[in-house]
Design a protein around this ligand. Structure first.
Ligand SMILES: C[S@@+](CC[C@H](N)C(=O)[O-])C[C@H]1O[C@@H](n2cnc3c(N)ncnc32)[C@H](O)[C@@H]1O
Length: 266
């Protein structure tokens, strides 16, 4: 990760500086052809201060959600690691606008990140003020409230409440109870940063992803533990996929199977 990217991540946590950064990011990253797409501009502008994710990753989740709606692929949209809900809102808004009645499931502790483990490496340990025991206790980083997410989705974007389920709790406690309720998944977006968080999501939810569905991993290039969890999972399950690069950290792949479609360019 470059110095500029580290700086960008830090300043985006400050709301005032973050807004200026978001405006700059927005104006410089938005492709000129998309300036004709008023709905997209409006949506991206509204979510800009509700996500830590830069333009390319927001655009990736937008394009994949639209593609899934276009080809009418069965299954829910799911995000694990929601923070203030920016990326989640993009998925839910696309589903809402398509009239498909697709469900969007959102999972987060809403207490911030838990402790990383040794396998997450020194960068994560430093970020967690020298903690690396893997305890499910907040390190007070990436803390947001469920109400922030509700405000964005329901008040600001007017998304219908009946198709969105927001579940508070640690993935490790919640996902085993919810995997059957969620059913088939068309788009699984993983943004939990650490090894154990990523591993837990893959172990509980990958089987639900339908053939031709997509898995997005936000932290593959940024956090060492996330990459290890994904690589180990794919290796152990003998899953052969083409991990496609979104930006320096984001990756996505399409689950192999009979319904294979070439993805829309993110
Ligand atoms: C980087 S933020 C997510 C960013 C968000 N997707 C966005 O659009 O900006 C990581 C989130 O993962 C959540 N998280 C990480 N590990 C978790 C776990 N094991 N259980 C529940 N939530 C977890 C944190 O609470 C935090 O909100």
């Amino acid at each position: 990760m470059s110095v500029l990217e580290t700086l960008a991540r830090k300043i985006k946590k400050d709301h005032f500086v973050g807004s200026i950064y978001a405006l700059f990011d927005f104006l410089t990253a938005f492709p000129p052809k998309d300036f004709l797409d008023r709905e997209k501009i409006k949506l991206f502008w509204k979510v800009r201060s509700y996500t830590m994710v830069g333009f390319k990753r927001v655009n990736n989740v937008y394009e994949l959600s639209r593609f899934i709606e276009r080809i009418k692929l069965t299954g829910a949209f799911v995000e694990c690691g929601v923070w203030r809900g920016g990326c989640a809102a993009v998925m839910a808004c696309v589903a809402n606008g398509s009239g498909s009645n697709r469900k969007t499931w959102l999972f987060d502790s809403f207490e911030g990140l838990p402790e990383p483990s040794e396998i997450d490496g020194n960068q994560a340990k430093r970020f967690a003020s020298n903690r690396s025991s893997g305890k499910l206790e907040s390190i007070n980083e990436c803390v947001a409230s469920l109400q922030d997410v509700e405000r964005l989705l329901f008040s600001e974007l007017g998304i219908r409440t009946e198709n969105v389920i927001i579940q508070k709790g640690w993935f490790q406690d919640v996902l085993p109870q919810f995997r059957n309720k969620i059913g088939p998944i068309a788009l699984l977006r993983l943004d939990g940063d650490w090894y154990e968080s990523t591993k837990c999501c893959l172990e509980n939810l990958y089987e639900n992803v339908v053939p031709g569905g997509f898995v997005i991993i936000d932290d593959y290039g940024h956090w060492q533990g996330c990459k290890t969890a994904v690589d180990q999972f794919l290796h152990e399950k003998k899953i052969v996929v083409r991990l496609q690069e979104i930006d320096y950290t984001g990756r996505f792949f399409q689950k192999p199977g009979p319904l294979f479609h070439e993805p829309a360019a993110p």
